[in-house]
Design a protein around this ligand. Structure first.
Ligand code: GDP
Length: 536
């Protein structure tokens, strides 16, 4: 860590990058992501103000600080990143929006993190949205830590949850802690690395960091009896089945450290923070389009992973969120937009939602900066300072799940229509799919989440002065057509067609899995590839 002699001779960006842990929580709605986020910040705040004793008032302070920040900035705190200090480290927690606003942005956030925490509800295990997000982590080789939440409530057995990881997603669990007391009777955890029993003490509603008491095995046996004996037995079973911790396998994203906890009671949260600090990957040099690594020490560079456009026409605000890849960012510096080659002034930059004012004007590799009114910036753009020029690969497109044909409400505005659709496609607001059969006048818009359509229709009307009509298409299964020569097979189906995306991908769309399977049975040579996150 920073104060260690090993970092003493390093440059500022290297030193600061070494302190950063930039991650996202991937979870299904209701698994407890907001609760965990708050618990992490609460815990970190207590620790970073060592010596200060926080009672309930301290907690209220934390929560209301956030709300004040939300109000002052007029934007949800969960819309981008939360930064806080933990000991000597700086934690950047990037949000992956869930619920109704699940969209391509949700996936793109994962291009800006160095690791992910997969949050599971102990009673539910792997759920659909978690699986979708995990797929992206797998494609991008993002190391994943698993936190099994809500252990204070009745749920599944711990071993069963671990088996599910292997069987459904091929990820070897490496539990670092093991629960003592079945779900619903959570006493604490067996510490598989440090040894012994860590007993958690409840504080009122998790208002402060949970108290922890460490007991050796003998004392744990004497006090917890059967619950301890069972935990020891199960932990032995894990050791026998390849569940020993191996950091190389974590980094290779083939195995996942597992922790058990209850975010609402702040149980297990310290372990998670410590794990992030001790083991999670720190920022590493990003590879540019020419295959060269941009050293962390090089002049400032960053890439835009999300652009948020205000829905209110009175405030045509647009914030571009960029992850710093190298060097030091100083507010006000003039950088170059690699896509256009044009200079870009960074006077209006927010260090997004940082808790500490001192970090507002400077940012380092791993941090997220929010560029306000950056209408010239697009998702995937690279910004850099000085020379040489650098450009990072654009962000991949993801498998869309919603499709709609767009048409101008007023046929006399077809020029504006074409321009607007092209622009929204280029910005990555929606994917634009075309085919000779449908023609340019009726493009198919495709999205990961339906909210992308709302943004697109709103902007077509407000910005391009061309209200549009969307007719939804009932396709639910999509694959990439491996061989363009086979296009006619899919186009010949009653409930299927092929559309071409701007990146050249030929997407085969089917009404449902059944229609796809039937076509494959009838055409055994038809080659359809799964589509998640294309390599860039
Ligand atoms: P999100 O949708 O993933 O952000 O989930 P929330 O953080 O809003 O949590 C969903 C519900 O689960 C809320 O009612 C929380 O109070 C509850 N919850 C979260 N963590 C825990 C936990 O550790 N134990 C229990 N019993 N409930 C929890």
């Amino acid at each position: 860590m920073t104060s260690s002699p090993a970092s003493a001779g390093l440059s500022e960006p290297m030193r600061e990058a070494g302190r950063r842990r930039t991650f996202a929580v991937i979870s299904h709605p209701d698994a407890g992501k907001s609760t965990l986020t708050e618990a992490l910040a609460l815990h970190a705040k207590v620790i970073s103000e060592a010596g200060a004793v926080h009672g309930k008032a301290g907690r209220r302070g934390t929560v209301s600080d956030w709300m004040e920040m939300e109000k002052a900035r007029g934007i949800s705190i969960t819309s981008a990143a939360l930064q806080f200090a933990y000991g000597d480290s700086v934690i950047n927690l990037l949000d992956t929006p869930g619920h109704a606003d699940f969209s391509e942005d949700t996936y793109r956030v994962l291009s800006a993190v160095d690791s992910a925490v997969m949050l599971l509800d102990a009673a539910k295990g792997l759920e659909p949205q978690t699986l979708k997000l995990f797929d992206v982590c797998r494609h991008r080789d993002i190391p994943v830590i698993t936190f099994i939440n809500k252990w204070d409530r009745p749920g599944r057995e711990a071993l069963q949850l671990c088996d599910e990881l292997v069987e459904r997603i091929g990820l070897q669990p490496m539990p670092l802690t093991w629960p003592v007391g079945e779900a619903g009777h959570f006493r604490g955890v067996l510490d598989r690395i440090g040894g012994g029993f860590i007993r958690y003490g409840r504080t009122s509603g998790g208002a402060t960091a949970a108290t922890e008491q460490r007991l050796d095995a003998g004392a744990a046996q004497a006090e917890e009896g059967d619950a301890w004996a069972q935990a020891v037995e199960e932990a032995d079973l894990l050791s026998a089945s390849g569940g020993e911790f191996d950091v190389a396998r974590f980094f290779a994203a083939t195995a996942t450290p597992v922790l058990f906890g209850a975010a609402v009671l702040n149980f297990g949260v310290r372990h998670l923070l410590d794990l992030l600090v001790d083991l999670a990957p720190r920022p590493t040099p990003r590879v540019d389009v020419d295959g060269r690594s941009r050293h962390l020490d090089a002049p400032f560079s960053a890439f835009v992973f999300k652009v948020q456009t205000g829905m209110d026409p009175a405030h045509r605000d647009q914030i571009a969120f960029a992850r710093v890849c190298s060097g030091v960012f100083d507010r006000g510096m003039v950088v170059t937009n690699a896509t256009t080659g044009k200079p870009f002034a960074t006077k209006y930059v927010q260090q997004v939602f940082g808790q500490q004012r001192s970090t507002v004007d400077r940012a380092f590799p791993g941090d997220v900066i929010g560029l306000v009114n950056a209408t010239a910036l697009r998702v995937g753009d690279t910004l850099y300072a000085g020379k040489p020029a650098v450009r990072f690969p654009g962000l991949p497109s993801f498998a869309p799940a919603h499709f709609a044909v767009a048409r101008p409400a007023d046929l006399g505005r077809s020029k504006q229509f074409r321009k607007g659709v092209e622009q929204l496609g280029a910005e990555g607001v929606v994917q634009v799919l075309l085919s000779d059969l449908r023609g340019d006048a009726a493009p198919v818009l495709a999205a990961v989440g339906p909210m992308q359509f709302e943004v697109a229709t709103h902007r077509m009307g407000a910005e391009f002065n061309c209200p549009v009509r969307l007719d939804h298409l009932d396709y639910t299964a999509v694959r990439r057509l491996a061989d363009p020569a086979q296009r006619s097979i899919v186009d010949g189906g009653r409930r299927s067609e092929v559309l071409t995306r701007a990146d050249g991908a030929e997407l085969a769309l089917f009404a449902d899995d059944m229609a796809m399977r039937v076509m494959q049975r009838q055409n055994p040579d038809l080659r359809l590839d799964p589509l998640v996150a294309e390599a860039v």
